[in-house]
Design a protein around this ligand. Structure first.
Ligand code: ATP
Ligand code: MG
Length: 871
């Protein structure tokens, strides 16, 4: 069965079991501070499990893009070395939110695997949670055992411990026992030798877990204790690539049609063959895996960068480059050339790849070029470290520095060192690395209490599109402690006028006022698993009374001006530059806005002016806001609303329209473009290959901008004696200045000429050498010119000049080439020796050399000592 059909069969099966099929959510998470990337199928549904939102259907099924490269699930170091862990993989899943439970989950999984896919029952094992003797005192999962027993011989049901068979969402939250399904795809011969049962969960490459069925029935509280969940849920995840391996009868995920086209392409590009040499094979697996992770991430709007999720992506790509560089001898970019086959293979199931193919290729290529450059520089640095080292062991500190400051990876350092017969102090290196990681961990550590629930069943509502003030009740609150912000309280209300950070727009600030006039400031508002969370340094005095919640209106208004201007800017760019322009990121603050978009060249002054004019004409046009809060997504798109890759949209969406520009947007906007007053671009530049960034300001910030510029202008005019035409006056000054410079130069030249005339007469002959040693009042380059000029007029010349410049001493020595040979003189040696008098050193060539030192008082001594060389 082809992989495409395997995926469809799964989804069709669960559709028939009344599940809604949903597309994969974007891989990069926006509203979850505990997670950078989706790392399992359930992550996008967390809000349903936590009861913060209601799913439209309580049965859902999908294939979710997952990335396991950071945090709790990090498989990165395995990838390439084994045949069944990937960075990016698809997780096929079926979900029940308070609907069916263990019985159906078990029965359907079995039916699908054995009847629909036709997998031989005799290669399958299942595991059941055995219970725990620890503080939790959990019972064995007898229920699951009994359901399995009805389907499979008991000797194929294995007991599993808490590590493998008890699943937890995090430190806190929903959790429960699970049953895993494992396959044994070894040959009959191998099976006869070792019983498959003994290999389950033992990291055997052909006895692997394919599906995990999680039965969520408990909630873990902050103090560690468990309580029963009122609604029980099913969360299952099956590795798509592993399933393909089983159904296609191969022994490795990389031998399935998910990977073979990419591997063939790597072979063609690198002239290497897969399957002959371990190191080459690992490299090929690494690259074929990593190109997928990076391409999907870029398609989801996450570009490689220097921080956060972007940095993780950059590191994945660099790992691929490194393996290509080291084991496939690829010293020039080539990974971007794999995108084409990847898109051919996956573009139908994931159209975002197809639509952004060019961007993906460009970004990867640019990253490759720049990392290869880093590698080149690193090689030079490493050479220097080696030649400066007195011992055959390089310090761990140096290797760490190469990695940390220059991005040069330690395994490559190690390889090169070993080739040259060197080693490095690995212990010291690891220590430095650990110290750095600890520092990072501490900075981000977060500890949160359980929620104190004041009103259980109230679902929070955002009313801040219409009002900036409301009387609210606190429905729940908790304390969180982080290194960065210290102690903070998180508050959730029944209704709130506060906008939570999202869609690029910052969260609202403001305050809460109690009935006795006590005030608590709201410092920020963010969304987490569908809750709107207000951050405050303290709790209101009375958490149970009705409070007045007031949004900082000025900040909100300025932010709205910038948000609406962002939409107009997007439209202007498409109008002026073309419809290839796509939003790649935006940040809407109260003071400024930032907009990233796909475009391949720098904007000209004319283009920038056209863009500004376009936006300002829409502002002057006083276009009213036309808002639809709840439109079916398909209809909105059909109406021409622009949606963004990497955004997670619900079935019904909000559309925002000003004139011709319609966008899907949850943010807040001015009621009329006229409110923006004016729009001004303050910078334009590149952020990555094919991505440009514009920063701009509106409203008060534009006034400040003009005010500041105006002030600078008047200050300048003042300095120019109130000139009527300051620009002209400044130009005159510049001209005058350059004239004066020229005059000084000429004067200096004349001076040197005069000195030369005087000096010529001072040259005396000693032992057939034309000799002169003295102090002169010239700078280093003046002396050099002088030496060479005299050198062209005299044969057998020996010159030593001392001079003082800004408190420092300089010695210059010139010796005619014929003297260098006949008398075995060397200017370099001479200045080094004489340099001792001026407490300095230097060098150069045998016929001309200079020394610098910090003791001008020694110049005379040095000059006097010069004669000894020819006497
Ligand atoms: P393993 O022990 O093999 O790493 P896991 O216990 O981490 O698996 P789960 O978290 O239960 O796996 O994920 C559910 C399923 O997703 C697994 O049964 C497996 O088929 C698949 N899976 C997990 N991690 C990966 C990965 N890195 N690459 C490919 N598939 C994976
Ligand atoms: Mg794992």
């Amino acid at each position: 069965m082809k992989s495409q059909d395997i995926r469809n069969t799964f989804l069709n099966f669960f559709q028939e079991k009344k599940h809604s099929i949903v597309p994969s959510a974007p891989m990069v998470l926006k509203n979850d501070p505990t997670l950078m990337f989706v790392n399992s199928g359930m992550a996008p549904f967390k809000e349903y499990f936590l009861g913060n939102a209601e799913p439209k259907n309580n049965r859902i099924s999908d294939s979710q893009k997952c990335l396991r490269v950071s945090g709790k699930h990090n498989d990165l170091e395995e990838v390439g070395y084994d045949t069944y862990h990937h960075t990016l993989f698809e997780m096929l899943g079926n979900w029940s939110f308070g609907d069916y439970f263990k019985k159906e989950a078990v029965a359907w999984a079995w039916e699908l695997l054995t009847e629909v896919y036709g997998i031989d029952k005799n290669i399958l094992y299942v595991t059941v949670f055995e219970g725990s003797e620890d503080a939790d005192q959990l019972p064995m999962d007898q229920e699951a055992y009994d359901f399995w027993k009805a389907l499979i011989p008991e000797d194929r049901i294995l007991m599993g411990n808490k590590k493998d068979n008890f699943w937890e969402m995090g430190e806190q939250g929903p959790c429960g026992p699970c049953s895993e399904i494992h396959v044994d795809i070894r040959s009959e011969e191998e099976k006869a030798k070792v019983d498959g049962k003994s290999l389950v969960n033992m990291d055997h490459p052909q006895v692997v877990e394919i599906w995990n069925l999680v039965f969520m029935q408990y909630n873990r509280k902050a103090n560690g204790s468990l309580e029963n969940l009122p609604d029980k849920h099913i969360d299952t995840g099956m590795g798509f690539e592993r399933l393909c391996m089983v159904l296609q009868g191969v022994q490795s995920n990389y031998d399935t049609d998910v990977f073979t086209p990419i591997i063939r392409e790597i072979e063609a590009i690198t002239n290497k063959n897969y399957g002959n040499d371990d190191k080459v094979d690992i490299a090929i697996r690494v690259i074929s895996d990593h190109v997928r992770a990076v391409a999907f991430s870029i398609a989801d709007g996450q570009l490689p960068s220097n921080t956060g999720a972007g940095y993780v992506i950059r590191r994945i790509l660099r790992r691929a480059v490194r393996y290509g560089f080291t084991f496939l001898d690829k010293k020039e970019p080539f990974i971007y050339r794999l995108v084409d086959v990847l898109v051919k293979k996956m573009g139908t199931a994931f159209p975002e790849l197809k639509e952004q193919k060019h961007l993906i290729e460009n970004v990867i290529k640019e990253e490759e070029v720049s990392f290869l450059r880093t590698l080149d520089q690193g090689l030079l640095l490493l050479d220097r470290i080696i030649s400066d080292s007195d011992s055959k062991e390089i310090s761990g500190e140096k290797v760490f520095e190469l990695k940390d400051t220059y991005g040069f990876p330690e395994d490559l350092t190690d390889l090169i060192l070993r080739e040259k017969g060197y080693t490095y102090n690995n212990e010291e290196f690891l220590l430095r690395l650990k110290e750095q990681q600890e520092r990072g961990k501490q900075a981000s550590q977060l500890k949160s209490d359980d929620w104190t629930i004041l009103h259980q069943d109230e679902v929070e509502e955002f009313i801040g599109y219409d009002t900036l003030e409301a009387h609210v009740k606190i429905t729940r609150y908790r304390k969180v402690v982080s290194k960065k912000d210290g102690e903070m309280y998180q508050l959730v209300f029944n209704i709130t006028p506060f906008y939570a950070e999202g869609g690029g727009q910052v969260g609202d600030k403001g305050y809460l006022e109690g009935q006795h006039g006590d005030v608590v400031y709201i410092l920020n508002t963010k969304k987490e698993n569908n809750l709107i969370i207000h951050f405050a340094k303290n709790l209101p005095k009375h958490t149970d009374e009705v409070l007045k919640a007031v949004v900082d209106a000025k900040q909100r208004y300025r932010t709205e001006c910038n948000h609406t201007a962002t939409h107009l800017l997007h439209q202007a760019l498409r109008e002026v530059l073309g419809t290839h322009v796509e939003q790649k990121g935006s940040a809407v603050h109260s003071k400024h806005l930032r907009f990233d978009f796909s475009h391949f060249s720098k904007l000209s002054i004319d283009e920038l002016r056209d863009v500004e004019n376009f936006v300002n004409s829409r502002i002057e046009g006083k276009l009213p806001l036309v808002e639809h809060r709840s439109v079916p997504k398909e209809q909105a798109i059909a109406d021409g609303a622009m949606s963004l890759f990497g955004e997670k949209y619900g079935d019904s969406v909000r559309t925002i329209r000003f004139g011709q520009s319609i966008e899907l947007c949850g943010g807040t906007h001015v009621k009329n473009t006229g409110d923006i007053w004016h729009f001004k671009i303050v910078s334009e530049g590149a952020v990555a290959a094919g991505i440009r960034r514009i920063e701009a300001i509106t409203n008060d910030a534009v006034k400040d901008f003009y005010f500041e510029n105006n002030r600078a202008y008047f200050e300048m005019k003042d300095l120019l004696n109130n000139a009527k035409k300051p620009v002209k006056a400044l130009q005159n000054l510049q001209e005058e200045n350059s004239d004066l410079k020229k005059q000084i130069e000429n004067l200096l030249k004349d001076k040197a000429k005069n000195i030369k005339g005087d000096l010529k007469s001072e040259i005396t002959e000693i032992n057939g050498v034309q000799f002169l040693a003295r102090k002169v009042d010239l700078d280093a380059s003046g002396i050099k010119d002088l030496c060479f000029e005299l050198g062209s007029q005299f044969d057998n010349l020996f010159l030593l000049f001392g001079s003082e410049n800004n408190g420092k001493a300089i010695l210059s020595c010139y010796i005619s080439k014929e003297l260098v040979a006949s008398k075995d003189l060397n200017a370099g040696t001479i200045v080094r020796e004489l340099g001792k008098h001026i407490q300095g050193g230097g060098g150069g060539q045998p016929f001309f050399a200079t020394a610098g030192g910090k003791n001008p008082d020694g110049i005379d001594k040095a000059v006097n000592a010069a004669k000894s060389y020819i006497e």
